[in-house]
Design a protein around this ligand. Structure first.
Ligand code: GUN
Ligand code: ZN
Length: 440
């Protein structure tokens, strides 16, 4: 995976405080956490869109490198959001409903509009720009049931050389007619998208089952067949988010042992499966996730906003489940992975667990990259990785600046950054070594 990502970009050297991870810090205390690689005042060298080396700050790269200095700023790998809905920027921050009402009242009506190619194209552009404005350089995305909405996302990400995982949403019941597909047509659309986009540049296809209630058993079986026929593709869906949803799945699939078992029976669990939420799972389910190597995309702001429940991250990992972090906009209330980390801390705090800034940031960099099978490509500052990067001010505003000035060590700084920060802390985003956005 070390082929050049760009041909024409200049050699670029970025000077900042470099932070990435070589292993999972786990739920260890801040000062005992393994795997943290902090290199204050270093140069990161970028060539052909990839990381080419690291030098200590005083050791200036020669004149063949274009230099950019960000003193006192943090440079991290670009952040990875493992579950987010592009059309739901239209309904983010909608009042007063839990999951099933929220879908019917706000989400489904909004998604109907994406049948229109112009709406899909404008929506994809807005969404990708909004991700980059938060320092997010890779995302696993739900568009809508309309093939054109997936096409538009792939096209926009491809234009920017940005890594994206998506696929048209599968749903053939319990939604407005304009949001329903049928099994044969959905299969054809997926195969066409796989042939045109999967492995095209940095794009990857995901079989995208909305959730068990909105697919018939025949459609779930078709989704499983697609996964089996195309071993490199991803699978994404929702599982066990809300108690009424879990009850409904029990009624619809009485023969299944559990909600998760519906997906297992359909052949949808594998190491490239990303399942959002997983709040209301039991020990058997967690063992099943572990056996299949499937990951939970923990979506704390969504779980709080929709009143869904508290996901126990520490317990899931103790039982061998892979966990990444996700915004789940528009159930989630911000595309910022900093805000997402801050909400994850609070959700764990309510359950007596302590989430360090190290563990939180690892989950949206190296951790997510490993769970997606992409750690050779993204998620760290290793030589050879794509130069998908974010440069951050550690603080913004009076309160943030003051708190930073009082911080006694690096973990205190990083914890204040993640707890008080958001997209306003972002200085620059790089995608494959090219500045994608700059706010300085
Ligand atoms: N379950 C099925 N669809 C959705 C969705 O769009 N958002 C969330 N949070 N959960 C879902
Ligand atoms: Zn979701």
């Amino acid at each position: 995976m070390t082929a050049p990502l760009t041909s024409s970009a200049p050699r670029l050297a970025l000077r900042a405080d470099l932070l990435d991870f070589t292993a999972d810090p786990g739920f260890a205390a801040p000062h005992a956490a393994p795997g943290v690689r902090l290199r204050p005042d270093h140069w990161l060298l970028i060539e052909h869109g990839r990381i080419a080396g690291v030098l200590p700050g005083p050791q200036e790269p020669d004149a063949s490198w274009q230099r950019e200095e960000h003193p006192g700023c943090l440079l991290t790998p670009g952040l990875i959001d493992t579950h987010v809905h592009s059309p739901q920027l239209d309904v983010i921050a909608s009042y007063g409903a839990q999951l099933l009402d929220w879908l019917n009242t706000y989400t489904f009506p909004a998604e109907l509009r994406y049948a229109d190619p112009a709406v899909s194209a404008a929506g994809a552009q807005r969404f990708v720009q909004a991700l980059l404005a938060c320092g997010t350089t890779t995302a696993v995305v739900f568009p809508t049931v309309h093939k054109v909405s997936a096409d538009a996302l792939f096209a926009e990400a491809h234009r920017l050389n940005m890594r994206l995982v998506t696929g048209k949403v599968l749903m053939n019941r319990f939604a407005p007619p304009g949001l329903l597909d049928d099994v044969a047509c959905a299969r054809r659309d997926c195969v066409d998208l796989i042939e045109r986009w999967h492995g095209n540049g940095r794009q990857s296809f995901a079989v995208t089952v909305r959730f068990a209630p909105t697919s018939t058993p025949e459609q779930l079986a078709m989704a499983g067949e697609l996964c089996a026929a195309h071993p490199g593709i991803y699978m994404q869906t929702h599982v066990a988010e809300n108690r009424d949803e879990v009850r409904w799945v029990r009624e619809l699939y009485p023969e299944a042992r559990s909600y998760l078992d519906v997906y297992a029976q359909a052949g949808l669990l594998n190491p490239r499966a990303v399942l959002a939420h997983g709040i209301w799972l039991d020990d058997h389910d967690r063992a099943l996730l572990r056996e299949h190597g499937a990951q939970i995309a923990h979506s704390p702001s969504s779980n709080l906003f929709l009143g869904s429940g508290l996901f126990n991250w520490a317990q899931a990992e103790e039982q061998g489940v892979r966990v990444s972090l996700a915004s789940d906009v528009g159930g989630g209330t911000s595309l910022s992975m900093l805000r997402t980390m801050a909400d994850a801390y609070k959700v764990q705090a309510l359950q007596g667990n302590r989430l360090t800034a190290w563990k939180a940031l690892h989950a949206c960099t190296l951790g997510a990259a490993q769970h997606l099978g992409l750690a050779d490509e993204i998620g760290s500052l290793e030589v050879g990785r794509a130069a998908d990067l974010a440069v951050w001010n550690l603080a913004h505003g009076v309160v943030g600046e003051h708190r930073l000035s009082m911080a006694r060590d690096w973990h205190e700084k990083l914890f204040a950054w993640m707890t008080l920060g958001d997209e306003r802390n972002l200085v620059r985003t790089f995608v494959a070594g090219r500045p994608a956005l700059s706010f300085s």
